[in-house]
Design a protein around this ligand. Structure first.
Ligand code: COS
Length: 383
């Protein structure tokens, strides 16, 4: 749903200009230094980028899902590390509170996420708990009017900058699966929290992940999201439904960028006496990429519109995540191929995107998990 096309156009135009004039020129520097300049983060705050999805009542822009998808596609036109900085506040780092938080939790945290004063991170994955997310081992034992958290969370995006963690922990040790898990909002300066070393990754330089270790961390009872035990896994699945669609939209944006770069190169590069864009085997790669990117874009916008109308889009979100992230993998591979030997050389930036997009098929649920979700829902709906 688009509430006001003109206002949305102003927002997407502003973001497109910011991406083109400010972020793209910094891509090499960010990759080299593995850091996003503080000045850029401050500009993101001023543009309201940390609060895109936070409801207007709490100081955000309250974008509908369709609007968010169009913004995510614009942000996809540059290195994914830039989007990662604002990604958790607009997605997995705030959504549990937006969807299921108490009024008090919303008042306390959402305005600060919206301004970017506070960075939110999402702690689900653990060393032994990846795809089988319902079996989290981190424990939250109730003692009087507080909970004591113990456990380690792994690959936590933005943890080194985080002010809060949404932590999925087991409140009922007798219940080994989903129903035993609760979600907590934990402030990063709570005694007993420590961070592991920054992970060395294949790509996404400038965006940091690390372990978050909880050692007898005491949190007040009102840190329980929604105030009810046993709801944490369900909350995290709702958070991921939305997050998966967002990753699909970013994948479309990155594919558009790669295709622009590949097309421009193919039109300039001459071989056998003419631009390689006039050779049919290059044209096939351009055309396949264009069609697949267009298909992913249509899927993402259709799923977003359905959710804006109140439909459950768990199946569609997984379809979009699976198709769009696999699509951008193929497009990145073809972009390298079209660039030939130059595609393998860092100066052109294509190899960096090739490494960056590999993550999209892994995080917020691997392609195989999306296949499981889709097929499981199909069987359930047909039963
Ligand atoms: N929305 C709301 N509820 C959901 C849901 C959704 N999208 N998906 C599942 N549920 C509910 C189910 O209805 C079920 O409810 P009941 O307990 O009332 O029966 C419960 O959650 C458990 O669901 P299910 O039986 O399907 O759970 P499984 O343990 O089989 O696993 C998957 C579900 C595999 C989908 C889940 O563990 C998953 O998404 N794994 C990947 C985790 C991931 O993406 N990690 C990335 C790191 S976070 S950045």
């Amino acid at each position: 749903m688009i509430r006001d096309q003109e206002i949305l156009n102003q927002l997407t135009d502003t973001i497109a200009r910011f991406v083109r004039e400010r972020l793209i020129p910094l891509e090499d520097q960010v990759a080299e230094e593995d850091a996003i300049p503080d000045a850029v983060i401050q500009e993101m705050r001023e543009l309201g980028l940390f609060g895109l999805t936070i409801p207007e009542a709490y100081g955000g822009l309250g974008l509908t899902l369709e609007e968010e998808m169009l913004v995510a596609m614009e942000l996809g036109h540059t290195s994914p590390a830039f989007r990662s900085v604002i990604g958790t506040n607009n997605g997995i780092g705030s959504a549990a509170i937006v969807f299921d938080g108490t009024d008090e939790q919303k008042q306390r945290y959402l305005p600060k996420y919206a301004t970017g004063e506070l960075i939110g991170s999402f702690c689900l994955t653990e060393p032994d708990v990846g795809s089988d997310a319902a079996s989290v081992k981190t424990s939250a034992a109730k003692e009087g009017d507080q909970y004591i958290l113990n456990g380690t969370k792994r690959f936590i995006t933005n943890a080194p900058r985080a002010g809060t963690f949404t932590v999925m922990a087991r409140t009922n040790p007798g219940e080994k699966k989903a129903k035993g898990v609760s979600a907590f909002i934990v402030e990063a300066d709570s005694p007993g929290i420590s961070l592991g070393a920054k992970d060395k990754k294949m790509g996404h330089a400038g965006s940091h992940t690390c372990d978050v270790i909880f050692d007898n961390v005491k949190v007040p009872a009102n840190a329980l999201i929604g105030g009810e035990e046993g709801k944490g896994f369900y909350t995290s699945m709702k958070v991921l439904d939305r997050g998966r669609l967002h990753i699909a939209a970013v994948s479309v944006g990155v594919a558009e960028r790669l295709l622009d770069d590949a097309l421009r190169y193919a039109m300039e590069r001459q071989q056998f006496g003419k631009p390689i864009a006039e050779h049919q085997l290059i044209q096939a790669m351009l055309a396949d990429s264009k069609a697949e990117c267009y298909a992913a874009k249509c899927m993402v916008l259709d799923a977003a519109r359905k959710r804006d109308e109140g439909e459950n889009i768990s199946t569609e979100a997984s379809c979009c995540k699976m198709f769009a992230t696999e699509m951008v993998g193929r497009v990145a591979d073809r972009a390298v191929q079209i660039h030939g030997g130059s595609g393998y050389i860092a100066d052109y930036g294509v190899e960096r995107f090739y490494r960056d997009v590999r993550l999209f098929r892994l995080y917020e649920g691997t392609t195989q998990i999306q296949q499981m979700v889709i097929a499981k829902n199909m069987v359930r709906d047909a039963s």
